[in-house]
Design a protein around this ligand. Structure first.
Ligand code: NAG
Ligand code: ZN
Length: 342
């Protein structure tokens, strides 16, 4: 692998479909977020990416799947656990998420959002570390709203073999990639932009207008763990109600298209819209908090308050022996099917 060029790696990733919500979903989330950024937060996020002066209207979408590409490299394998949290519940009869119980010893999507939120405005880090932190946040807030990224059962549905639209695949991949692409018709930048426009309209003046405020209610950059746990809990509940309401066996025979697809596609759209709206609001708040820190004189003035541990070790739950689900996950990590939790 080491001798593969970056372009070859990207091509490979595309072939294997190694892409979370899928490239389409993550780019759409980014376009929605970008629409809601304040101009200060927009120029801050461009600065963080080192692309100041870039007039491209895709500056967030273009980095939205970087975390999946990085994770697929030998050097980035260690970040695999950051793309999900394995809620060890019992779908479809009970869905619930418990950060202390479910976040693995080496972290999960929730601790990762908290860690990179802390890092993205910390004056002690080098530019490329700040840029990475931003790229991780943009991606993981997307992953958190995909219900099967908040579920341990059958490795988040990766091991539930199904048929969708005449293709044999697995339930996780259908939620990440194939059902969204069926709806939109492709996964190019244009497809993502078009989808984002529809969803922005729904948020601004359409069917989501009355609920959008509730998607971000209580969100607090000062308590990223609690905030991301709320997002994950919200998506995890959908595993019982929409993803497998009659249990997994019900999905293993027949084609998921059109009946199952029709029963879940509006939930997929809702989750993409939520992720975009939350991400936009989060980046606005992160920028504001960071700016406030800098105005106070940043690191020096904060002398009395202990600086956060940049490795975020205090964010993780107390170490504990690995459960069966965690052992199964560890055994799969970095290998497997290309539709591993991305
Ligand atoms: C926080 O991010 C740094 C840099 O990527 C990483 O080394 C560290 O393990 C992360 N900590 C957690 C808790 O995710
Ligand atoms: Zn991912």
């Amino acid at each position: 692998m080491a001798s593969l060029t970056k372009a070859a790696l990207l091509a490979l990733a595309g072939l294997q479909g190694v892409n979370a919500w899928g490239v389409l979903g993550h780019a759409t989330v980014a376009y929605i977020a970008q629409h809601y950024l304040t101009s200060e937060a927009a120029s801050w996020s461009k600065r963080a990416q080192g692309i100041l002066g870039d007039s491209s209207d895709s500056y967030l979408a273009s980095i939205a799947s970087w975390a999946d590409q990085y994770r697929a490299t030998a050097g980035g394998k260690w970040t695999a656990p950051f793309h999900f949290i394995d809620a060890e519940d019992n779908p479809p009869s009970s869905c619930n998420l418990d950060y202390e119980r479910d976040c693995g010893n080496s972290g999960c999507s929730i601790s990762a959002v908290a860690n990179y939120t802390q890092r993205v405005t910390d004056g002690r880090l080098a530019d490329d570390e700040v840029a990475d932190a931003l790229k991780f946040i943009v991606h993981f807030i997307g992953d958190l709203t995909q219900p099967l990224h908040d579920e341990a059962y059958e490795l988040g549905g990766n091991h539930i073999k199904v048929t969708f639209d005449d293709h044999s695949d697995n339930l996780h991949a259908d939620w990440d990639t194939y059902m969204p692409e069926k709806l939109i018709g492709g996964h190019t930048t244009n497809h993502a932009q078009t989808w984002s426009k529809t969803l922005i309209k729904d948020i601004t003046s359409g069917s989501y207008k009355s609920q959008a405020a509730s998607w971000i209610e209580g969100d607090d950059v000062g308590d990223a763990i609690a905030t991301a746990t709320r997002w994950a809990t919200d998506a995890n509940a959908l595993v019982c109600t929409f993803v497998m309401p009659n249990g997994p066996d019900d999905l293993k025979s027949g084609d998921l298209y059109p009946d199952y697809y029709n029963s879940v596609i509006s939930t997929i759209e809702l989750q993409i819209a939520k992720a975009g709206y939350r991400l936009g609001n989060w980046l606005n708040m992160v920028h504001k908090a960071g700016a406030a820190k800098r105005t106070e004189g940043g690191v020096e003035v904060m002398g009395a308050i202990p600086l956060p541990d940049l490795l975020g070790r205090d964010l993780l739950p107390a170490p504990r022996p690995m459960s069966r689900a965690k052992l199964a996950r560890a055994a799969m990590e970095g290998s497997c099917c290309g539709h591993e939790h991305d």
